[in-house]
Structure formats: C-alpha cells, structure tokens
Design a protein around this ligand. Structure first.
Ligand code: SF4
Length: 350
C-alpha cells in the first residue's frame, strides 16, 4: 500500500505518460469586510490535485457542479495560472516555457467546451470557424486549408458542402461536431472535453460520445473527459477520478469504480445512476446525501466530506484522510477504507 497526495496515478510505464499534474492548487483570494477593517481568505477551487494520463488513454473527471473539475481543466491548459503545483506535458514542465514556447505547445493541447451555441461565433461560417486555428498557426496555403476543412468536416460526420453555413443553421449535436473539428484542425495529441455533451439532447449524447471514442481510436488521442453524467463517463473512460470540493477522493479503473466504489461519496454518486436492467433498477436504493456542499472558501476540518458523509466517525472531523493506493491504480482518501484496506489487499493476494 502506498501513499500519495490526492493523486490519480495510472499504472503504466512512466515513458507512456503524456500529462502529469502534481499537487495542483488554484486559490482565488477574497476580501470580506468586517466591523473593524477587512479579512483576506481564499476560495480553494482546486486543492492539491495530482493525476497522470497515459498516451491514448481517457481519464474521466467527475463530481457535482462546483467541485473544481472545470477549473482543473483550465489550469492544466494554462488558460488560468495555478496558485502552485506543476503541469508536465510530454516531459515538459509548462511553467518553464516562455510565451512563444507555450503558444506552440498549446497546438498539441486543445479543448472542447460544453455550450456549443456560445462557443461558436454566430457571425462566422463553419468553414472559417474550423479554419481559424490553421490560419493562426499559419498551417497551409488557402487551397490546403480549404481541403483540410473539408476533410475535417467529413471526419466528424458533417457534409463539407455545409462549410458556408452559420451556427444557427445547425442542431446542437452538429454544432458540437463543428467544435470537435476545430479542436482537431491542428492535429493535437491531447483534448480536454469539458462537459462536451451536457447541453445536448439525451438522444444525441451517445452519438457524440461514440464519435469521440472513434476519433480517439483513429487518431491516437488522449482525453481528459470532464462530466457529471457518470453513465456516459463510464462508456468512454479507461479510468475515473472522483472530485469533491477541489480534491480527488477516489480513482480507479472505470469498471471498478462502478462495481466496487470504495469512497462514501463515490458510492452515493454511483447509487444515483439509473440501471439499464429494469428488474435491477426497481431494486436500486439511491444514497441521499444530506446538507449542502460546504463553501470552498470555508472548508471543513478533517475530511472535507464529513458534514455530509453517512459513515463519518469521530476522527473524520479532525484528521484529513490520506490518499492511499490499495491495489495498483486504486486510490482512495477515506479513514474507513484505510482501516479496511489491508483486507482488500489481502483478498486480492497483493
Ligand atoms: Fe466519510 Fe470519514 Fe471516509 Fe471522510 S474519511 S469519507 S467522513 S468515512
């Protein structure tokens, strides 16, 4: 059994690691007015997060809204500066790069956001939208860019003849395909998918997830898939990391998270996922978490989940649980799992 600091390690060869995030923190300072003067504090949106993603792998990052998963994505891409911590991409510490080197490495790191309507310029045609990154990075002549745009549209399942159309002429699913084509235009290695299907109709969500999985297999892409819909996350992820109040509380192989969730918060999230088999679904008993999520500006002492945890014991109110690896790649931060952990390891003969 090993210990890490809110880590979500992948059990793979270190040479295969494309993204490594070490003890990442993102705090937003706040000043509140008091009777006599003011007081400085901080909203701890991302609090000691570490993970790594192997080439060609998908790490699903899940948790309730406001848990810090989207902020994590923005800081990894350096769209926001971290308060502290390191992000390594293909063996390069991004903090050591000057502005031009960072601009060039960003070619290899793209993002697809949630709101496909807002993330497209309503006055820009589809062709110009997809071509924009190619023009910014001066990748090709006009004829080459035109051909590349047509190829990309075909790749994501759009008719190249629609290149002159504007965003309002497309459905939500088609607009998200345009966003994906734009992200692919400059041949990235790594894409952060930040709630890419949340704004879509349920009937369209599976199509977009299948497209993303297909593109990953064809192009060897690496994904960080951020979402709150656990069923879709399971479908596309190799591993899943569960976030609560700025921390990763559990990470494991996607099937293990669903079949044997160890952290009480993960157990509650999984219990809320409807099951495909109607007979078993009738017997599902969701775990209802009492109370509100505490403010990330005023974190509880001990385990940050203790005010809502149905299994909390006395030590949970004072001691921060360590993030421990119980079996290869299986990390959990919980005192109770910690106490039972040796049995888990023994059972599996490790
Ligand atoms: Fe619940 Fe305690 Fe485990 Fe935190 S450490 S998840 S409060 S049992």
């Amino acid at each position: 059994m090993t210990t890490a600091t809110h880590d979500a390690r992948s059990p793979v060869d270190p040479d295969d690691i494309l993204i490594r995030v070490d003890v990442l923190n993102k705090y937003y300072p706040v000043r509140s007015m008091k009777l006599f003067g003011s007081e400085e504090s901080a909203i701890k949106a991302v609090n000691g997060v570490s993970f790594q993603i192997a080439r060609g792998e998908t790490l699903g990052l899940v948790g309730e809204s406001g848990c810090g998963k989207s902020t994590t994505g923005r800081v990894v891409l350096r769209l926001e500066e971290p308060t502290s911590g390191e992000v390594w991409f293909d063996g390069i510490d991004l903090a050591t790069l000057d502005a031009e080197s960072l601009r060039m490495i960003r070619k290899r790191m793209q993002v697809v956001f949630q709101d496909s309507a807002d993330s497209l310029n309503p006055r820009m045609s589809t062709g110009r939208t997809i071509a924009e990154p190619l023009r910014i990075y001066e990748m090709g002549t006009d004829a080459e860019i035109k051909q590349k745009v047509a190829d990309l549209m075909e790749l994501v399942g759009l008719n190249p003849a629609w290149a002159k159309r504007f965003p309002h002429e497309f459905s939500g699913g088609q607009r998200q395909r345009i966003n994906i084509a734009r992200a692919l235009a400059i041949d990235p290695d790594f894409i952060i998918l930040d709630e890419p299907i949340s704004a879509l109709d349920v009937s369209i969500q599976a199509q977009v997830v299948n497209l993303l999985a297909d593109l990953q297999a064809r192009l060897g892409l690496t994904y960080l898939f951020i979402a709150h819909d656990l069923a879709m996350v399971r479908h596309i992820s190799d591993r899943i990391a569960v976030m609560y109040l700025g921390r990763i509380v559990e990470t494991a192989d996607a099937n293990a998270i669903f079949e044997e969730p160890l952290h009480p918060y993960t157990q509650a999230l999984i219990s809320a996922v409807p099951l495909a088999d109607p007979k078993i679904e009738r017997t599902r008993i969701p775990i209802v978490l009492e109370g509100e999520v505490p403010s990330p500006g005023n974190l509880p002492a001990g385990c940050v989940f203790h005010p809502r945890c149905p299994q909390a014991v006395d030590r949970c109110r004072t001691e921060v649980p360590e993030f421990r690896e119980f079996t290869p790649g299986r990390f959990v931060a919980c005192h109770l799992v910690d106490e039972a952990g040796s049995h888990v390891v023994e059972r599996r003969g490790l």
